[in-house]
Design a protein around this ligand. Structure first.
Ligand code: ARG
Length: 389
């Protein structure tokens, strides 16, 4: 019997996918990746088995997600189209890598996922799988099957006795992990309409945020966030702390129209409370400790890094090379940044570092000034010389 390892979430699509694959002669092994979506994995595991999976793996990927995917992306300040902080996009190569590993352990012929044919996630899964093992077959049931609507799919599930905990009316399509959340579908498909309050899961509306700001100090050690308000903290707990502090101040909401890889524009709503704080603070520390050329050069790489992640090219040579560059730059990214979270905004209000290049004696306009203003005249003449007619 042919064997396939399916990336399983416990939802309607991947549950129907188990049955659909079995109907086509596959022995289905389910792989559940815990990337901090905060679900009841024991219940999901049971559902997979009751639906007909011959075996289930639950992989706790949270640590690896943080250290090998989130951290380098944060240090690169990578985003897509300047707004999307890539939370969903980052999990796909991670899950795909573990799918391939599970396929090898299981001596399976194929891997499968529950992505539709219209999104970016299918690209990320499949490109990663082919990079890591071009011999593995890839099956994409949701792209192939004949259901025209969610209702039809639910009817199929009922007819096949698939255990579900879904309703016919699902308002949004949500993808959550420990770094943030992507919200699509329903009324959000009309880009002219403001997202209703219930679309957001992690942040309050600006008008409901407290009048009093929250101050927060984030400490970094060689580019890694290690402290909140002076207290050492593992990154997972630190992210959870920031989600809470930023979320209650309405910080981290994104509403955008983005260009998908498959050619369509889509309206996307996201929440990245912790990431918004960490990107802001980390960049500010670099502004303090990097010389001008390094700071500007690295800024120029962020968009490229973001594109590579978005396009599913995590395991590409360019991404590896950019990682090496970014890693090299992090040696002096040590210090603390103070943030003020208030009514949807996250602003820097203070920064310190033992590697600070800021010199008050040069910057000051008081009598402490050590800057020799007389040198400016010659500097300007020579600097502008090539452009003079
Ligand atoms: N547009 C985002 C991306 O391409 C979010 C995708 C959300 N995925 C999902 N399965 N709901 O990364």
């Amino acid at each position: 019997m042919k064997k396939v390892v399916l990336a399983y979430s416990g939802g309607l699509d991947t549950s129907c996918a188990i049955t659909w694959l079995k109907d086509r002669g596959w022995d289905v092994v389910a792989y559940i990746g815990d990337v901090g979506q905060g679900e009841d994995f024991a219940a999901i595991e049971k559902r997979a088995l009751r639906t007909g999976a011959s075996k289930v793996y639950v992989g706790d990927l949270k640590k690896e997600f943080l250290s090998d995917f989130i951290l380098p992306t944060l240090q690169a300040h990578a985003s897509y189209e300047g707004k999307y902080l890539l939370a969903t996009a980052l999990t796909r190569p991670l899950i795909a890598k573990h799918l391939v590993e599970a396929a090898h352990r299981e001596k399976a012929d194929a891997v499968a996922h529950g992505c539709t044919g219209k999104g970016n996630d299918q690209v990320r899964f499949e490109v990663t799988s082919r990079i890591l093992d071009p011999k593995l077959q890839i099956v994409a049931p949701v792209r192939e099957w004949e259901f025209k609507s969610r209702e039809e799919e639910i009817d199929f599930a009922k007819a096949k006795g698939i255990p579900l905990n879904v309703t016919k009316k699902k308002v949004y399509s949500i993808d959550k992990n420990l770094w943030g959340i992507s919200i699509e579908c329903g009324v959000l498909e009309d880009p002219s309409v403001e997202p209703p309050k219930d679309a957001y899961q992690m942040t309050v509306a600006v008008e409901d945020a407290p009048d009093k700001p929250t101050y927060l100090e984030i400490g970094f050690e060689k580019g890694v966030p290690v402290k909140v308000n002076g207290k050492s903290c593992e990154m997972e707990a630190l992210v959870a702390h920031l989600h809470n502090a930023a979320g209650k101040n309405g910080v981290g909401r994104v509403d955008m129209v983005e260009n998908r890889l498959v050619g369509i524009k889509s309206r996307e709503v996201y929440e990245f409370p912790a990431a918004t704080c960490l990107y802001t603070a980390h960049r500010e520390l670099e502004a303090l400790v990097f010389d001008r050329e390094l700071f500007h050069f690295k800024e120029a790489l962020s968009a490229k890094y973001g594109e590579l992640v978005y396009y599913g090219l995590w395991y590409s040579e360019l991404k590896n090379a950019l990682d090496a560059f970014v890693k090299e730059t992090q040696k002096k990214v040590t210090g603390a940044v103070r943030l003020k979270l208030h009514k949807g905004s996250c602003v820097v209000v203070g920064r310190t570092s033992p590697y600070s290049l800021y010199r008050e004696d040069l910057a000051t306009y008081t009598e402490k000034d050590k800057f020799n203003q007389k040198l400016a005249d010659g500097f300007i003449r020579l600097w502008g010389l090539p452009f003079q007619k």
